[in-house]
Ligand binder design. Structure first.
Ligand code: NDP
Length: 446
């Protein structure tokens, strides 16, 4: 890559309409440009040019029968992005917004994230435009079985190991694992995020949220501060948001918001352990809407159609989806005194908003560093499956913490700027790139 603008013109021409993918690649290209100039061996081997093209993309038809015996059909995808340092690894997303560009952005980010964990995992991502919302358990099962009836021939414990993401939790992983086992007639660790009774790892459900909080703790330490007493806004109310909130509350921080795609809830006194239990039950069992908190929890209000970034806080944890903080949101957060951002979601902040955070010199952790705890613990689940053993909660949590501390150290190593400011975006992108790029150099032109 000689020049980022020209490079991006090529990316846009060859991947038309894939806006999120362009956004993810541009961020990496900008971070890497000076580094590639100083280290010409990567540019000479066209490493970045190779990394932006998936090793393989699988697109398939997913037909299924709903409860009224009507034929439904969705599109299924798996992007096998890069296997230089291990089997493809990354989640499956079931959401109506899913398309090729979104999955390519997620798979590309996953390559860097997985490299940062120091575990031997390549990068992949997949999913479908299927919407689990409003479907019965039987319909979800039928969809998952049909999805796996094609996907099974492309994955395997040494090839490609999917996990959950938006819309794919313990229920969906269970249905897909059952179908894989039936078709292959083998019990292997082909998916992570499994339930604890049949090959799952303790702490895997908690890992993305807990890991994000551990990373923020490390960032705060660079300023001699602790998380206790901090006011935190959290967006989303799914897996990542729930366990981010749980860990924050355990550490003495005050969580004041949750959201979903319809709006957000706010409790200025901070949600209690009882409130959090209600949110867990509401979202994971009843599969209800976050607005119901306002009716059930004292001191809680609901605002429809808005995101929570107007609520003053010390730390913001965007934990719902991509591009949920725009430039105006970023300016509002900074104006209201927010000085730490921990991205639980993948790419939740638009590029102009990232600039606002960095120019304000606040602590800003991009998703690929902050939310890598989930895939790290998936990697630990794979190790336990291979060894046919299971570690205790404490053992897994300790390993997760260690990994997050290491990722933080890598970001500091590559991301410190002349004035001492740690640019975590640059740090994560360079540190993630080096390991994969060196492996690609070693393995020749493949
Ligand atoms: P869940 O499906 O458990 O929860 C998703 C939450 O985000 C829900 O509250 C959902 O609200 C909200 N949401 C989804 N889409 C939108 C949208 N377009 N606009 C506004 N809100 C939305 O997913 P996870 O918690 O697992 O994932 C959340 C984020 O974290 C994603 O970006 C994911 O890629 C990332 N992530 C997840 C990991 C994991 O281990 N699960 C690992 C690393 C990153 P609603 O119910 O209304 O749809």
């Amino acid at each position: 890559m000689e020049n980022v603008k020209e490079f991006m013109a090529g990316v846009i021409r060859k991947n038309p309409g894939e806006l999120e993918f362009h956004q993810a690649v541009e961020e990496v290209a900008e971070s890497l440009a000076p580094f590639l100039k100083e280290n010409p061996r990567y540019a000479e081997a066209n490493i970045l040019e190779r990394m932006i093209i998936p090793e393989r993309i699988i697109i398939f038809r997913v037909p299924w029968l709903d409860d009224k015996q009507k034929v439904q059909v969705n599109t299924g995808y798996r992007i096998e992005m890069n296997s230089a340092i291990g089997p493809y690894k990354g989640g499956l997303r079931f959401h109506p917004s899913v398309n090729l560009g979104i999955l390519k952005f997620l798979a590309f980010e996953q390559v860097f994230k997985n490299s940062l964990t120091t575990l031997p995992m390549g990068g992949g991502k997949g999913g479908s435009d299927f919407d689990p919302k409003g479907k019965t358990d039987t319909e979800v099962m039928k969809f998952c079985q049909s999805f796996m009836s094609e996907l099974f021939r492309h994955i395997g414990e040494n090839t490609d190991v999917p996990a959950g993401d938006i819309g794919v939790g313990a229920r969906e992983i269970g249905f897909m694992f059952g179908q894989y086992k039936r078709l292959r007639n083998e019990f292997t660790g082909v998916l992570t995020g499994k339930a604890i009774g049949w090959g799952g790892s303790l702490i895997r459900p908690e890992a993305t949220g807990y890991g994000c909080v551990y990373f923020v703790q490390e960032m705060l330490k660079t300023r001699g501060e602790d998380i206790a007493g901090k006011v935190c806004t959290v967006s989303g109310s799914g897996n990542v948001a729930q366990y981010t909130a749980e860990k924050l509350m355990e550490l003495g921080a005050k969580v004041v918001t949750f959201s979903d795609s319809a709006g957000f809830v706010h409790k200025s006194a901070g949600f209690t352990a009882h409130d959090l239990k209600f949110v867990f039950e509401l979202k994971n069992v009843k599969r209800g809407r976050i607005s119901e908190c306002a009716k059930a929890l004292e001191g809680c209000t609901y605002t429809a159609g808005k995101r929570p970034w107007g609520i003053p806080c010390d730390i913001a944890f965007p934990s719902a989806t991509q591009n949920e903080i725009d430039e105006n949101d970023a300016k509002t957060l900074v104006k209201n005194g927010c000085y730490v951002i921990g991205e639980g979601a993948n790419m939740p902040t638009v590029p102009d908003a990232v600039k606002v955070f960095q120019e304000a010199r606040i602590l800003y952790a991009p998703g690929k560093a902050a939310n890598a705890g989930g895939v790290s613990t998936s990697g630990l689940e794979m190790s336990q499956n291979s060894m046919r053993t299971s570690w205790t909660r404490e053992e897994v949590d300790q390993k997760l913490r260690r990994i997050k501390v290491n990722i933080h150290e890598s970001c500091v190593k590559y991301g410190r700027e002349e004035d001492g400011y740690i640019n975590y975006v640059k740090g994560a992108n360079i540190a993630g790139f080096v390991k994969v790029a060196d492996a690609m150099l070693d393995q020749g032109v493949v």
